[in-house]
Write a protein that binds this ligand. Sequence first.
Ligand code: PBG
Length: 329
Amino acid sequence: MVRRPRRLRRVSTIRRMVKETYVKVDDLIYPMFVKHGRGEREPIPSMVGHYRLSVDELVGEAGEVLSLGIPAVILFGLPKKKDDVGSEAYARDGIVQQAVAALKDRVPELVVMTDVCLCQYTDHGHCGILRDGVVDNDTTLEILSRIALSHAEAGAEFVAPSDMMDGRVKAIRDTLERDGFKDTGILAYAVKYASSFYGPFREAADSTPQFGDRAGYQMDPANAREAIKEASLDVEEGADIIMIKPALPYLDIIHQVRSHINLPVAAYNVSGEYAMVKAAAQEGWIEGDRVMMEMLLCIKRAGADLILTYFAKEAAKSLIEHENSYTEN
Ligand code: PBG
């Protein structure tokens, strides 16, 4: 018997019938950068189409995000000033706390997630509190818990620790429960690699470490077994959603974590992945829109349920145009 798999690829109607994976607008989470001031809309050069927005501008853009059907945003804050303990990160009137409150007031249906980390807020640019020049894990846990609590108090539905300290999901979960925030979820950056793909983000957020690197707390890109260990620990500690980051060069990790873990799995299609596509598309070397949709589709096929992506708005528009099912190539 001759085997002819091409029978199922012959025409687009049949292709539609046997399609295994879809990207939906519901899968997307849109990262946004918020700064102090009014009427501020400062373009981020390495992330075309993204801005550092003041709260009023953020609210306007969040309305657009919701109207496209995107269910959630994740916020990154730019403080007024930095210090050695990142005190604006947990200040009641810090920039993220103000932004969350404004979004919950003005665009209440939009799910608000917040990045919980210190690197944008510390003068040394590391993700924790330093002791003798190294990030001290357990001191950092106390500060991270304070940050998470302040975001929950402002109204965030999910807090997302991205620091890679040991035990931080448990510390944050305990603090939230103790203070009556039992419904605030934790999106854990469980499997976060020490990656060079974060370059544009660090420019956007002004969070480059002033000395050394993050290899002492973020994971070695060479390691896959360790990803299962990290994800399992965060599940035990009480995470609601497990995230892998970056996405594109780590599809094998997404796949493995998906098959070991019963929680929703999110993947972060990071700034460097976005910038590469944008730059090549600008040069006319690739078709940006198609490459974007193929990337997102492949991240889903690998096993991600949710994708944090700077493409969320563009992808949503493209999906609406293609009636929520991007098929043809
Ligand atoms: C904060 C944080 C980073 C990113 C998300 N949260 C930077 C880093 O760890 O250096 C990167 C996101 C991106 O590149 O899009 N720790």
